[in-house]
Write a protein that binds this ligand. Structure first.
Ligand SMILES: C[S@@+](CC[C@H](N)C(=O)[O-])C[C@H]1O[C@@H](n2cnc3c(N)ncnc32)[C@H](O)[C@@H]1O
Length: 232
């Protein structure tokens, strides 16, 4: 069954995005067209989008979420770590992709967001695959054993350069390091104001990401820009 997306803040795809950037990376007409091609989504996705819109909470957005799932499936990913989980929107797409017995370990500094996750996912069949742990993303990562097929970064932007180093170190060869917001509403494409620490951090991240000797790196211009690096 085909349908158009529910309308949201960004051309039908509510997502994380700086308020003074472009209104969308993709032309609105193309974005709307893409929305008509996507199959029916789990009702939980629309519920989470409504919950986000009511609170002005930045989500990764539906198309980016679907890319997270597709990329994970393409590498046979079974174990995912998220830096910055909020109340589980991006985790939902990973949880679908890892399959039965797969594991999505998330990290979130705010207790109320984990409580919201527990309410939103109560009784949902994907909930047993998701474990969002409260704390700083780097502390939770350090306290979690083992390697991952995918490490996903969506924390405060000044943490991205550190996330690249610590995240890639925890990937198995062939695994993916993925980061959201790397185009930052188009702001990373322009000189950053000296006091714009987030844009400067993202620009530094993008340069280190492409120069990383252990990664094959590319940016997908979907949503607010998804960096996707495959560990060699
Ligand atoms: C942009 S939101 C996105 C959440 C989720 N990935 C999604 O798409 O719905 C980022 C979340 O990361 C959390 N966060 C930011 N920096 C963090 C850090 N250093 N450690 C843990 N959580 C962090 C914020 O509280 C927020 O809930």
């Amino acid at each position: 069954m085909l349908r158009a997306r529910p309308s949201g803040r960004h051309n039908g795809d509510p997502m994380s995005h700086p308020s003074d950037g472009f209104t969308g990376i993709v032309h609105p007409e193309v974005q709307a067209y893409l929305g008509t091609l996507v199959s029916e989504e789990d009702p939980l996705v629309a519920r989470m989008e409504t919950y986000a819109a009511e609170r002005g909470f930045p989500l990764i957005g539906r198309q980016s979420g679907q890319w997270l799932a597709q990329l994970t499936i393409m590498i046979g990913g079974r174990r995912v770590f998220e830096l910055g989980s909020g109340w589980g929107y991006s985790a939902f797409f990973f949880a679908r992709a890892v399959g039965p017995g797969g594991q999505v370990i998330g990290s979130e500094k705010d207790a109320w967001e984990i409580e919201a996750y527990q309410r939103l996912f109560a009784e949902h069949p994907l909930a047993p695959r998701i474990d969002i742990r409260q704390g700083g993303a780097f502390e939770v990562l350090a306290a979690t054993e083992g390697d991952f097929d995918v490490v996903f970064c969506d924390i405060d932007k000044q943490g991205y350069p550190r996330a690249l180093e610590e995240g890639v170190a925890r990937l198995r060869p062939g695994g993916l390091f993925v980061a959201d917001n790397v185009l930052w509403g188009g702001k990373t494409a322009r000189p950053a104001a000296p006091d714009d620490a987030s844009t400067r951090a993202l620009q530094a991240f993008n340069e280190s990401f492409f120069a990383h000797p252990g990664l094959d790196a590319l940016i997908l211009p979907v949503g607010d820009g998804l960096a996707v690096g495959r560990k060699r």
